[in-house]
Design a protein around this ligand. Sequence first.
Ligand code: HEM
Length: 205
Amino acid sequence: MDRETTRSCMRGQPQDRDQSNPPLFCGFPLCLSIVKKRSREGSSNLIDDVTLARAIHVIAVVFWIGGVAMVTTVLLPAVRRFKSPNERVAFFESVEQRFARQARLSTLIAGLSGFYIMYRLDLWGRFGSVSFWWLHGMVCVWLLFTLLLFVLEPLFLHRWFHTRADVAPDAAFRLIQGLHWLLLGLSIITIFGAVAGSHGFLLFG
Ligand code: HEM
């Protein structure tokens, strides 16, 4: 994809697509199709569907990665100061369980809105360019969290953490905190790349 095409994608202009009758994405919320239909009808005051999807995408990322930052930098250090190991596990689990529900929903919404933008702007070609490393980063971070939240945590991580916390609570919490820092670090690098990249700052372009 050349630079001009890239810039027009950044301005939200779809590539090689017949805009008189763009197809609808079957799984995406009804409101987007209504907004799209209205904007086709010429209501210039209305926000267009890609901008709306981008805003939804960013809000989902704020809930999700903001929650990870809160757990990593505030909750885990506070919980580690609790005297009783049982109290630590019980408190951490009750908060983390609630957050896991919120994280699952926001992961789902971020994925749907992200793929919707890709589809509408026909950005698939970006996957072939190293300038868009942040796009690969977004998909990798998303896949990692999806695997953790939807597969590993319910199937095995939850039980594993309980067993480890019974035997060696300090080591278990250290490991959990290390993993949270790793995930948060990857997410922050990705967010930096995505915001800079989608506003024209391409590191390897
Ligand atoms: C399936 C996963 C994902 C897909 C397909 C996806 C796709 C996209 C697309 C197409 C854009 C618009 C790029 C542009 O306007 O040039 C975008 C923007 C963005 N995404 Fe993602 N994304 C995904 C996951 C994530 C994740 C996990 C994060 C955070 C770690 C993230 C953070 C952002 C941010 C911060 C923006 C920039 C919004 C802006 O400044 O305009 N995305 N994403």
